[in-house]
Design a protein around this ligand. Structure first.
Ligand code: 6PG
Length: 258
């Protein structure tokens, strides 16, 4: 195990507080998270949130747009992304497009509150541009931009944001934003790095479906080889890490709380 991995594992084993919120299905997860999100925004004067792509956030956006469109003061919320596919903003694979379709097209959010990663741009300069934008827009803690909330998904392979197991070293990149490569498709992605994620005031995972259960068990219970999964490295300095899961994703945890 490399020295970096050793230090990572040691930190994880020493201090990794997390709260698990387990609900019966994806819709209940979305409802409960939406209430949680609305309360966080209510408490803030301005709220800087990094969004995730994926199937669970899509349901969350549907719930937010249907049930909270007039309950949240959207002018307080500034939207960013933890990762974006390097595609046009009109492409079906764009995390930004998914958010427009399921949320922004249905709520009164000021356009200047939306800070998308330009998937259509050259990835390397775009990663630098976005990193600079985060430095300008967000408070910094020891030079690292600090989000109020980072929302993450987790792939079946244990990736999070767009940090995949085959290039887990990107987690510790010096730059706030990195260029990642999807292991199967080769698609380029721009992603925030581990330091930005772990500097956030709060991090929430949105993880549903039986396909996640094996990795959830490995990461939550720190079973053999857990440190190979980027999602296992999420360990915010604030100690505020909450997993919103359905029973299927939590089904292999012991004792099975689901
Ligand atoms: C992306 C997401 C990615 C996602 C996971 C989980 O751009 O693909 O940011 O990290 O959260 O792949 O996706 P599901 O929730 O659809 O399983």
């Amino acid at each position: 195990m490399s020295v970096g991995a050793q230090s990572r594992t040691k930190k994880l084993l020493e201090s990794n507080t997390m709260e698990l919120k387990i609900y019966k299905d994806k819709n209940k997860v979305a409802e409960q998270f939406s209430t949680y999100f609305a309360n966080k925004v209510e408490e803030a004067s301005t709220f800087h949130v990094a969004l995730s792509g994926g199937s669970t956030p899509k349901v969350v956006f549907d719930v937010l747009s249907e049930n909270f469109s007039d309950k949240i003061n959207w002018s307080k919320v500034h939207f960013y992304w933890g990762d974006e596919r390097c595609v046009l903003p009109t492409d079906e694979q764009s995390n930004y497009k998914m958010t427009v379709d399921h949320l922004f097209s249905k709520i009164a959010v000021p356009r200047f509150n939306i800070h998308r990663i330009l998937g259509e741009s050259d990835p390397i300069p775009e990663a630098m541009r976005y990193a600079n934008l985060l430095e300008i827009n967000l408070d910094r803690v020891e030079g690292i931009p600090q989000f109020d909330l980072v929302i993450l998904g987790m792939g079946d392979d244990g990736h999070t944001a767009s940090i995949f197991p085959h290039e887990i070293g990107l987690w510790d990149a010096e730059d706030h934003c990195v260029v990642a490569t999807h292991p199967e498709s080769g698609q380029k992605r721009v992603s925030i790095n581990g330091k930005v994620i772990n500097t956030a005031k709060e991090v929430t995972f949105l993880v549903t479906g039986a396909g996640k259960a094996e990795k959830v068990k490995a990461i939550v219970e720190k079973t053999e080889g857990f440190e190979a999964y980027p999602a296992s490295l999420v360990n915010p300095d604030s100690g505020n890490l909450v997993w919103f899961m359905d029973k299927d994703a939590a089904s292999q945890l012991s004792p099975n709380p689901a």
